[in-house]
Each structure stands twice: as C-alpha cells, then as structure tokens.
Design a protein around this ligand. Structure first.
Ligand SMILES: Cc1ncc(COP(=O)(O)O)c(C=O)c1O
Length: 363
C-alpha cells in the first residue's frame, strides 16, 4: 500500500471522544471586526513591553532561564511569597495539564463545577482521569453542597474556576475560604484564577494567595498574564503552591518553559500595574454597559465579575451567535446552553447592543 494511505499507528484510547480545543469558535475563515470570543484584552501592547521584547531578542541565541527564575522571583515579590512557591509556564492551561498528568492515574477523579472552562474535559481526559462534573446552581454559581458531596475516595483534584468561565459568576472571598476549608486535605485543590483581577481590588488580588497557601498545603493557585495583563499572545501563566508541590510540577515540566521574550514581556508588564488597573476599570465600565443594555432589551445576563458576560439563552444561543457573526462580531456559543461575549472597547459594546436590537430568535 502506498505509504500516504497506510493507517498510522493508533494513538492512546485516552484520545477517543475528546471534545477538541476551540470547537465553539466561529468559522476560522471569517474576519471579525469585533473579536469577542476569547476573553482577550482589547487594547494594544504598551510600548514599554515592546521595547523589553526587542531587547530580549538580542539574546535569542542563548537558552532562557531553566525554570523562568527571574519571573518567579518577581512574582514572589508581588505576592509576598518565596520563589520556591512559584512555577511559570507557557500559559496557565499548560500548568493545569502538567498538574493533572503529575497527580492523576487512570481511574482517578477530578471534580469540577460545570459548565466551566471548556479545556477541563480535554485536559482531564488526556491525563486518564475521569472528570466528575457538578451542575451549577440556578444562579449559575458553584453549588457548594453538591460540589463537596461529589468528592469521593478516588478524587485526586478539586478544580475550581473563580470567577467561573463562561458564566462570569464568582464566589466572594469568605465563601471561597469556607469552601476550601471543607475540602479534604488529601485532595489537591486547583484554584483557577485566570479572571480574578477583574473581581477584586489590586491589593486583595496580590495578597490573597499568600494567606490561602499558608492555610492549605494542598492548594495550587493558577494565574495568567493572558487576561487583565493583556499578553495572551505571549503565553505566560504561573502556579503558586507549597514548595513541595512546585517541585513536583517542575518534575513534570520540560526545561525552559518560557522563551526569553515572554519572560521579558511579563517582567515589563509587572512594572506597569497602573495600566492594568486602568484596563480593569475600563472593563468594568463596558461590562456594566453591556449588562444593562442587554437586560433592557429583555435578555437574561448572569452577574459577571470577569471580562465577559454570559447569556443563558438555551436553544436561542446559536441563533444569536449566528446573527452576531453576520454583523462582524465573534462571540462564543455553547449550543443549547448560552452565549459568552467578551467585554471589549466602547465601540465593541455599541456594535453588540446595536446588533442585538435587530435580532429575532431563529430568524
Ligand atoms: C478559566 C481559564 N483558565 C485558564 C485559561 C488559559 O489561560 P492561559 O492563556 O494562561 O493558558 C483560560 C483561557 O481562556 C480560562 O478561561
């Protein structure tokens, strides 16, 4: 048989039936004037970051930090931690993958509220673990009693996304702390805080990991530079945990997890915190305009603490998604459940409100 047509060896059965990344994205060939499908920051990269990246390029003939040590040290300073409590990687999604592969054996369980971030079933499936999903309550929030009840003898990881993607709902600090205190000490808690910058004051957001890690040696907190920090394209995420947990993450992680340019950009971004604070304030303004404008048009909108809003439209979600796409707006559709729209610029908000005013379901 000609080698082009011979069946290649089959991969692991773990790949069977995995949902696949980005399946909810609108058709790749379309060009959208309003890119509101991936919860990115809408504004251009700061010139200080561009200049740091350009300087770092001059050293691109050399390998970067073995473990991203310069960034880990800077992040430790920001959060009042020791550098041994931080692991960095090319996006927080990569750290989540490394944690699940490092801690789960086939047949183990990962418990997570659902609906949540669409990458979770893929990453859990690849690790061989079973994802045990716990439905959100009627207000699209984590259901504390049901979540705790789902944790059983095979549970290795309790995975909590706060604020939750795609609903934007969040547990406040006290409710989150009460929940963490009830999770058994032999379960690793992974707290995905990709959107936390949008939900609290800058000082709370910087200080909260140290207090929580001191109380819970079984806690890993994931953060990212992709959202409020505006660097999705450079792929920088980090994990904060007890040094023994970080050592194990490093054991799973290949060396040189971040290129020098990404390290330089993240370090430069850390020095620009006022710009991040301003971006978060702009997000709050546009989120309120979107929420109020869509509610006034009779649409259901969940209470969001993130840089996106969730419309639990059920069967009408696909119709609105198609209508927005025809109007040059990319959103993220979860067919039969709802539609997630990222908060963008004032012009993005205007475009969404204008398009929705002309939408008739199933037309
Ligand atoms: C909840 C959540 N966690 C993690 C990520 C991935 O972030 P990163 O770009 O750091 O991999 C995303 C990205 O959309 C997300 O929504």
């Amino acid at each position: 048989m000609d080698s082009m047509h011979a069946a290649p060896p089959a991969p692991s059965k773990r790949l069977d039936g995995l949902p696949g990344y980005g399946k909810g994205r609108a058709a790749g060939a379309m060009v959208f004037a309003h890119r509101l499908g991936s919860n990115e920051a809408p504004d251009a990269v700061d010139p200080a970051i561009l200049s740091a990246v350009t300087s770092a390029m001059a050293g691109a003939n050399r390998y970067p930090d073995l473990r991203g040590e310069t960034l880990a040290a800077a992040l430790a300073g920001r959060h009042g931690l020791n550098a041994a409590q931080i692991a960095v990687s090319a996006g927080s999604i990569v750290l989540l993958d490394q944690i699940l592969r490092g801690w789960c054996d086939p047949g183990d369980a990962v418990v997570a509220p659902w609906r949540s971030y669409e990458a979770y079933p893929i990453i859990a499936g690849l690790s061989g673990a079973t994802l045990v999903t716990v439905p959100l309550d009627a207000a699209h929030r984590l259901d504390r009693a049901a979540f705790l009840a789902a944790i059983g003898p095979r549970t290795r990881i309790a995975l909590i996304c706060n604020p939750n993607n795609p609903t934007g709902t969040a547990l406040d600090a006290d409710s989150l702390d009460a929940l963490l205190a009830e999770i058994p000490a032999d379960v690793l808690i992974v707290l995905d805080e990709a959107y936390c910058d949008f939900a609290g004051s800058a000082s709370q957001v910087a200080a909260s990991p140290a207090a929580r890690l001191a109380r819970h040696p079984n806690l890993v907190i994931l953060r990212t530079f992709s959202k409020a920090w505006g660097l999705a394209g450079l792929r920088v995420g980090y994990a904060m945990a007890a040094p023994r947990v970080i050592e194990q993450i490093h054991a799973v992680q290949p060396p040189f997890p971040l290129p020098g340019v990404a390290l330089a950009a993240a370090l430069a971004a850390l020095a620009l915190e006022p710009a991040v604070t301003a971006r978060i304030a702009r997000n709050a303004t546009e989120r309120a305009r979107l929420t109020e404008g869509l509610t006034a048009q009779g649409l259901p909108v969940a209470e969001s603490q993130a840089n996106f809003i969730w419309l639990p439209l059920g069967v009408d979600a696909a119709s609105l998604n198609d209508h927005l796409a025809r109007n040059g707006i990319a959103a993220r559709c979860f067919a039969g459940e709802g539609l997630r729209i990222t908060t963008g610029t004032p012009a993005d908000t205007d475009a969404v409100l204008d398009a929705v005013a002309r939408w008739r379901p199933n037309v």
